[in-house]
Design a protein around this ligand. Sequence first.
Ligand SMILES: NC(=O)c1ccc[n+]([C@@H]2O[C@H](COP(=O)([O-])OP(=O)(O)OC[C@H]3O[C@@H](n4cnc5c(N)ncnc54)[C@H](O)[C@@H]3O)[C@@H](O)[C@H]2O)c1
Length: 262
Amino acid sequence: MSKVRILNEGIIKELLDIKNVIEVVKQVYTLKNSNQADLFPIITHIFEPGKADMDIKAGHLKGEANVFGLKLVSWFGENIKKGLPDVIGTIMVFDGRTGIPLGILSAEHITCMRTGSAGAIGSKYLARKDSENLLMVGAGHQAFFQIAAGLTVLNNIKKVTVYDPINYKFAVDFCNKVKLRLKNEILLRYKDDKIYSEKLAKKFGITFVATDDIEKSTGQADIIVTATPSRKPLIKREWVKKGTHFTCIGSDMEGKQEIDEN
Ligand SMILES: NC(=O)c1ccc[n+]([C@@H]2O[C@H](COP(=O)([O-])OP(=O)(O)OC[C@H]3O[C@@H](n4cnc5c(N)ncnc54)[C@H](O)[C@@H]3O)[C@@H](O)[C@H]2O)c1
């Protein structure tokens, strides 16, 4: 019987770097497109609306890797008051030839990096190449990774505007901290690669600004990324300029909605 590897959050943070994760996520999309990867139906459960829910996402990567597995992520909003994380998750990986468990992994950082990468890949291939203004709607966990991965793959972004639907101060606070986080959590990973790290530092050195005017910011945006648990549209169709690209990350379950359905 093989040994089961257990990777905690600390080890995963050491192992993953955004450039690599973006490449891996891209490869998995390609495998999915060529029927070498299957997704199983998602299971979602709401324990208490607006307070606690969870989902289980699972799949099978065929080919050489031949592994299957699942990720259970739960959100318990009240945890913050108890000094506990609100989003928490675990991944289990199994051998696709024998069913034998291969690993148990902490899922929080993997989810952030994977989802940031997925958003970035969408913008890279679907947004206009000359896109300069990115509007980030939501200023939580995902916002940072959407911005970090987005700036990694996009080449012409000059300004990121951040809007928090709940409290303008969250967006201000996010903008005050984002450059230091980009440096410490993303850039330092590439300190031994001078050319790449200088290129990335230039991309991260742009303007970050908080807004409380979502209508005006929508009208100026070339790319809009939404990462909120909203259940009603935050952006109206008539505010959007022609050719704007949308990446809607938050609306990942029935009942969630971030943009005008029209
Ligand atoms: N598509 C995916 O694969 C995927 C992956 C991870 C997270 N998500 C979803 O993305 C969303 C954001 O995740 P996160 O980890 O950044 O959450 P978070 O709690 O860290 O941040 C949420 C942001 O939305 C704002 N917000 C809170 N309640 C809101 C409401 N009712 N209406 C509008 N805005 C509200 C908050 O102020 C904050 O800016 C969640 O809904 C999460 O389930 C999706």
